[in-house]
Write a protein that binds this ligand. Sequence first.
Ligand SMILES: [Zn+2]
Ligand SMILES: [Zn+2]
Length: 198
Amino acid sequence: MSLATLLSTCFALFLGASGWSLAEYWIHRELGHNPKKLKNPFGKEHIAHHGKGNYFAPAWKKGGAALLATALLIGPAVWLAGPRLGVAFVGGFVGFYLTYELIHRLEHVFEGIGPYGRWARTHHFWHHFHNPRMNHGVTTPVWDHVFGTYEKPGVVEVPRKMAMQWLVDEESGEVHAHLRDRYALRGAPAKVLDSHAA
Ligand SMILES: [Zn+2]
Ligand SMILES: [Zn+2]
């Protein structure tokens, strides 16, 4: 493979991945949070995700979405750019879609590591618990900046009932000490049952 072939293939992959990140932003913003458009399959699932916190659409729907995106994109992409670049573009798009699904799930179930892990969680949970009209990007803030929906998260106040498992110390029922600079719990703690009460 020549260097030019390698570079152009990588560029097509990158364009595909960027295409997904833009789609991620618009699907979330328009199909997930535009009050006029909520009666769509993604919107219904997304309302349930916000309402319950730990709810995710079933895997078969995500697999179906990946297949549908491939089926819709592959023809036009190969027609426009030829088989190699067309397949690379669709591979980047669908590959990054699946990566997004993984990153989103991890944000909810795992504390995360490093600056990106910290950023992704405060950005996303600010969207969940403070301002669902802002911070629509789940994997990147780029499109929120471009389209004016970026809001810098402060301390994220998470309703106690919706608290992510990784946020709360099981024994004390409070936010882990090392996360208190970025998170707090909202609402009264559940009453401790007095075992001596009759
Ligand atoms: Zn979420
Ligand atoms: Zn949302």
